[in-house]
Write a protein that binds this ligand. Sequence first.
Ligand SMILES: [Zn+2]
Length: 477
Amino acid sequence: MLLYNTLTRKKETFKPLKAKRVGLYTCGPTVYNYAHIGNLRTYIFEDILERTLIFSGYAVNRVMNITDVGHLTSDADTGEDKLEKEAKEEKKSVWDIARFYTQAFFHDLELLNIRIPKHIGAATDFVPQQLDLIQKLFKNGYAYETSNAVYFDTGKFKDYTKLSRQNIKDLSVGVRDEVIEDPEKRNPADFALWFKLVGKFKNHIMRWKSPWGEGFPGWHIECSAISTSFLGQPFDIHTGGIDHIPVHHTNEIAQSEGAYHKPLAIYWMHGEFLVLKDSRMGKSLGNFITLKTLMDNGFHPMHYRYFVLMAHYRSPLTFTWEALDGARIGYEKLKNNIQTLFSEPADFPKTEFSEKPVLEFSKKFKEALFDDLNTASALGALQLFLKLCNTLLETKDINASFLLKAQKAVREADRVLGLNLFEETEEIPSHIGHMVKEREIYRGNKQFTQADALRKKLDALGYVVEDTPKGARVRKK
Ligand SMILES: [Zn+2]
């Protein structure tokens, strides 16, 4: 299997550290808000990676962190703690914010058929491990204390920018603001391992005791501590979005390698951005689309998963509603095709028939995924194979055993892609559909009392109606 390693900038043949077992770490969400569909694109890529590894016979031990403290509004340690800021805005406790958005995140994963990692670690549950790591860094001469915080001394770490391949001088310019924030920092690129409760953090709610006084951990140290707690060091694959390369992953490497003098991970894999015309998606940029936004507009989560899989994970993908609609049509067509094809009664004559096309399809499908997870090409192979099956079926040039083998191969492909292509689409009974249409007419005529009565009746029958910009949508409760 070939995987692209950001560290070497090459596609490499994947060789795990232990035969047949893979340790895989994924940077998880900062739970101060809903995940946007750009974040979710990265989790779909990581899911495909895990499924492909399983497909190829590996047992995967996957770990993901949940950032619930220490991630400041700028990745480079400036600004406020994202969770505490949101808690103030929503007038909730910071723990409630973390709990709420963690649940929302896992709900999104479930809707998108993303496998839940075997181990999940919240930053706040791993503070002792983070403190241990910081102490090791002091011992090895990489950490120092100022009146504001404990920092990692990037000047002492050889090859600090080996992952990002940035010029350290460019990096210094990019973080110049910080120098003003803490004049005691030795190098502009130095990053916080531990924040003290001084200045703007005087009233920080989440706080723990430490050898450097009460405070809270910096954002990067949790990933170094959580990953190696479960996987040891080094482990096989570390993943995340490309935005993690210059700061977060660079810092994880510095911390873990500074503490243990051995690599953190062997392969570093990064998913590209989902872009909106010419900008990336982000809350601060005012273009925040969540999975719920898509569903409110009448799309099924699988339509989005299919949309993502039509592109390679290392190519930027432009999101437009038209493109998503194209994916919806493509997905439904594919699913229909599969369900019709394999629900045909198998009453064919028992003639001999070559099963070569099935084997060829399975081979092409596997080759596509094993070539650095080329999902687009794997989907192409699937479509070609279904086309062939359809042609054979039309000419009755097929037998039952072939269809059965074909079905088995397609089911296997679906398991790797996670598209639920064999799952029945939820049918809405026609009398329910009529009631929804009737309610729409009432609403159009501004007869809201009648419309509301129908909504209540539907509710009693177990159906929820949601009014979206594209009209009413009904679903089972
Ligand atoms: Zn991380």
